[in-house]
Structure formats: C-alpha cells, structure tokens
Ligand binder design. Structure first.
Ligand code: FES
Length: 131
C-alpha cells in the first residue's frame, strides 16, 4: 500500500478488488477509525465507517445486497453510496471516497484531519503502517 495527498484527502492504495469477495467487505483502520470497504453488486466499491448509525453495529459483518448492506444487529439497511439508512429508518454513517485504477487496484480517500475515534482490535490492516 502507498499514499498520496489531493483535495485535503490522503489517498491510500488498498489492494486489488479481487482481494474482497463478491458481496463482501474488508476492514482497514485509519487513526483508530474502522473503515469497511465493500465490493457490492457489479463490483462497485464503497467505503463507509464500520459503524451502523443505529447502535454502532459492525456493518462489515452485514449482508451486502445490490449496493446496500443490512446491519447484522437489528436489520437496518444502509445505502453504501451515501451511508444513509433506508427509510423508515433515519441516520447516516460517514462515507469515504474510493476509486479503482485501470489495474483494478482500490484507493481510499480519508480526510487529512480525521475525527476523534475509538480503537479497534480486529482490523485487517492499519493504514498508519503505510505512513
Ligand atoms: S446497530 Fe445496526 S441495526 Fe441496530
């Protein structure tokens, strides 16, 4: 993995799309924030904070369908493109921009000044290791 800065975001190369199972996810960590990267229907790639807007359920462990994920705790459905809960539920989890290059490698954009966050202990890869 490597990083670059642009538009007040730091971009990290995460790895190939093929590293994430279809309709699956992978979790990375940035300064204590767990970020779930999803491979949704049609190989669309999305990234949201791995925290349901309801009661902080781990969205990375949810069921991906279409371009949404159903939270494993109480079944809220989250739009991966926006992080918004699907009505009638109301709430939003932060989303992060992603891009996929011509070789199928995912990059993840994170804010230059991340918010205060809590540490996670079951993370696949900590982006700080790339700094
Ligand atoms: S924590 Fe996700 S639906 Fe309750």
């Amino acid at each position: 993995m490597s990083q670059s800065n642009a538009n007040d975001l730091t971009w990290y190369r995460i790895g190939p799309v093929s590293d994430i199972p279809p309709l699956g996810s992978r979790v990375v960590q940035h300064q204590g924030v767990r970020i779930a990267i999803f491979r949704a229907h049609g190989d669309a790639i999305f990234a949201v904070r791995d925290q349901c807007p309801h009661k902080e359920g781990p969205l990375s462990q949810g069921i991906v369908h279409g371009q949404r994920v159903t939270c494993p705790l109480h079944g809220w459905v989250i739009e991966l493109a926006s992080g918004e809960a699907v009505k009638p539920d109301v709430g939003c989890t932060p989303r992060y921009p992603t891009r996929v290059d011509d070789e199928g490698v995912i990059s993840l954009g994170v804010p230059a000044l991340p918010p205060e966050l809590t540490p996670a202990d079951d993370v696949v890869h900590d982006l700080a290791d790339d700094a």
